[in-house]
Design a protein around this ligand. Structure first.
Ligand code: TYM
Length: 311
């Protein structure tokens, strides 16, 4: 059976609608036809979080979000990256294959350090850990938002370099980016991102969700508030929106309320389900996933270790 893999960083306590439309929804649309893995990439989040309690809490939040949006844990392997040591082991092997100038081309590294994030070696090597996540499982397809495109190219490149340097062990994965939702805009019109503080959270209390929507930037000259409309189009089709926006020209408050109602209704089941999931239930599911992921990863690592000449 072909494999599907995706991951989210527990780098904030608020999965947002960009994560949902860019990665989770495409995953949900595909995962039952594959052997599917859904990872909480906690070691990646170590590039931004140094508080252990925060990292633990965010990890549970992301795993809960996976379940709340409808991923059935009997049909997908849901696990923590740090629970499968092979991810960091393989990352080291890849780091010994790629060059510094190659990693220097990373847009994510340049953007993050330009925004003031400390330029740690972990942040620099981030794409090799992500390549390991994907390649360890002979992944065929990776659903992600557009911001991850270059990371997928890194994964394919290092797979090719390994295969040429040693033996043909790794499969080059395909990226799955859904065009219409490749870049979900935030409340300021830029890409929605935790680090830009422009998100609409999925599971926050209703008043926080409404507050975020009320803060969507509008251009006072425009009759159609573009940023509101762009986000609204994730929930309603264009003919429904055309009549709503033309009948309520210039009435931004009304249109933002309409968006908030539509968004809350769209996520109503997921939000209810999120609140009924206990942390201990989530821990049990992560533990089961960890065992399944480890057995696949260990078998792969035996091949890798043999190929490179270690134990
Ligand atoms: P992360 O945690 O930043 O985001 C998780 C997923 O959400 C998508 N996404 C968006 N899609 C559309 N519009 C947006 N505004 C938006 N914001 C976020 C991201 O593209 C991503 O698919 N490096 C990855 C995590 C990772 C990973 C992996 C992903 C580590 N290993 C292996 C796939 C496979 C990241 O930081 O995503």
């Amino acid at each position: 059976m072909k494999r599907l893999f995706t991951g989210l960083q527990p780098s904030g306590d608020a999965i947002h609608i960009g994560n949902y439309f860019g990665a989770l929804k495409p995953f949900l649309g595909l995962y039952e036809g594959y052997e599917s893995l859904l990872c909480v990439v906690d070691y990646h989040a170590l590039t931004t979080i140094r508080d252990p309690e925060v990292l633990r809490k965010n990890t549970i939040h992301v795993a809960k979000a996976y379940l709340a949006v409808g991923v059935d844990p009997s049909k997908a392997i849901i696990f923590r990256q740090s629970a499968v040591a092979a991810h960091t082991e393989l990352a080291w092997i890849f780091e010994c294959l790629v060059t510094v100038p190659f990693l220097m081309q990373s847009h994510a590294y340049k953007d993050k350090t330009a925004k003031g994030l400390e330029a740690t070696a972990g942040l620099f090597n981030y794409p090799m850990l992500m390549a390991s996540d994907i390649l360890l499982y002979d992944t065929d397809i990776v659903p992600v938002g557009k911001d991850q495109e270059q990371h997928l190219e890194y994964a394919r490149d290092v797979a090719g370099k390994f295969n040429r340097s040693y033996s043909k062990i790794f499969k080059e994965p395909e990226t799955h980016i859904q065009k219409e939702v490749a870049v979900v805009p935030g409340i300021d019109g830029e890409k929605m991102s935790k680090s830009y503080k422009n998100t609409i959270p999925l599971f926050a209390p209703e008043d926080e969700v409404r507050d975020a929507i009320m803060k969507i930037m509008t251009d006072s000259d425009a009759t159609i508030p573009q940023n509101v409309h762009a986000i609204h189009s994730l929930f309603k089709n264009s003919s429904e929106l055309d009549s709503l926006y033309s009948e309520n020209k210039g009435n931004y408050k009304f249109l933002k309320d309409a968006l908030a109602n539509d968004l809350l209704e769209y996520f109503s089941d997921a939000r209810k389900s999120y609140n009924t999931l206990s942390d201990s239930k989530v821990e049990t599911i992560l533990k089961e996933g960890e065992e399944r992921a480890n057995s696949i990863a260990e078998a792969k690592m035996r091949e890798v270790r043999k190929a490179i000449g270690v134990r």
